[in-house]
Design a protein around this ligand. Sequence first.
Ligand SMILES: Cc1cc2nc3c(=O)[nH]c(=O)nc-3n(C[C@H](O)[C@H](O)[C@H](O)COP(=O)(O)O)c2cc1C
Length: 378
Amino acid sequence: MNNIGAARWPHILSPFRLGTLELPNRSVVAPMTRISADADGVPTAQMTEHYSAFARGGFGLIITEGTHPDLTQSQGYRDQPGIATPAQIEGWRQVTNAVHDEGGRIILQLMHAGALVQDNRYTDETIAPSAVQPAGEMAARYYGDGPFKMPRAMTREEISTVVESFGTAAQNAMEAGFDGVEIHGANGYLPVQFLTPETNTRTDEYGGSLENRLRFHREIMVAVVKGVAGRGLAGMRISQSRSSDFSFKWGGGVEDARAIFAALAADGADFIHVSTHQGLGEEFGTGRTLAGLAREFANLPIIACGKLEVPDNAEHILMAEEADLVAIARGAIGDPSWPNKLAAGEPPVAFDPEMISPFATLDATDEWRAANGVSFEG
Ligand SMILES: Cc1cc2nc3c(=O)[nH]c(=O)nc-3n(C[C@H](O)[C@H](O)[C@H](O)COP(=O)(O)O)c2cc1C
């Protein structure tokens, strides 16, 4: 990487050791659902090219789109990839090989949709901690339309089965050549449905107190740590905001933050990824960002996210030691060579919502680039 930008962005462009991974800089591709796997949830050649472009473009680490761990209720979107069948594992192996060949590193995001299913090819029924219909409407960008279904409350046996499926999926991720696994514990999906009192009215050990509502997060964290078995990293993505409610805040404020982040560290997480819409926003009147609070309470490497494609924002959060790494979502769709552009002192191509319209598919982005004469091919 050419380093004209290193003087201007010394923190973004400095190396970092994340567990066993040596990252050349602090930039991370944030997880982004792109509904572009084949009808069996198998990653395609187009996805291989999509992920290798980020490695070529200089990103220190890539986190994949949310991927379903089982062949029952976890799939949330049409053409979402899975990591449960031999073909899905093999498809992901093509992706990890291509990223590694470009000198990159890649982590798989595991996601269980819970009640927020828009499309599932295995079953018509949705499950959740309690039978509470989700607020909000399905997203048209992912082929959704209208309200979500009323989910069925999970039995304790089903909870154990789902926890186990996360462990198995983590083993499958290692077999597929990933450098680690991130659990999607954010944005309103199944773990958040357990954490939130309004969607979790259980009276057993998974409901009631924060300790109980956090139990599912902790069990899947432990299962994934065991599944990767030291062969890769294990981490969790956490947010307060949900896809149906961007402004949602934890009821217990900073004390909830302390309990959640400390618990994940105790359970063996190697990193925590804090997802917010404004990475630099302060929380609970502390004058700190949520990432900064996670860093203090977990004492682990922290990935921050939310409007950090603005290099001044990314540089600021790193310099203030509120985060160790910066994840970029929409900015990375705009320009998969965002880090190399910064290093060369060139402006990255800006994100345009048309790049994911009318659907958030890779085809939509490829079409936008063809129409605008922009290419990132190797
Ligand atoms: C098209 C698209 C798909 C997304 N899919 C996921 C996902 O699969 N998992 C996840 O944790 N977040 C997902 N997100 C949220 C982003 O990772 C990120 O938190 C959010 O876009 C804010 O970051 P930004 O300001 O850099 O875009 C998605 C965002 C976009 C724009």
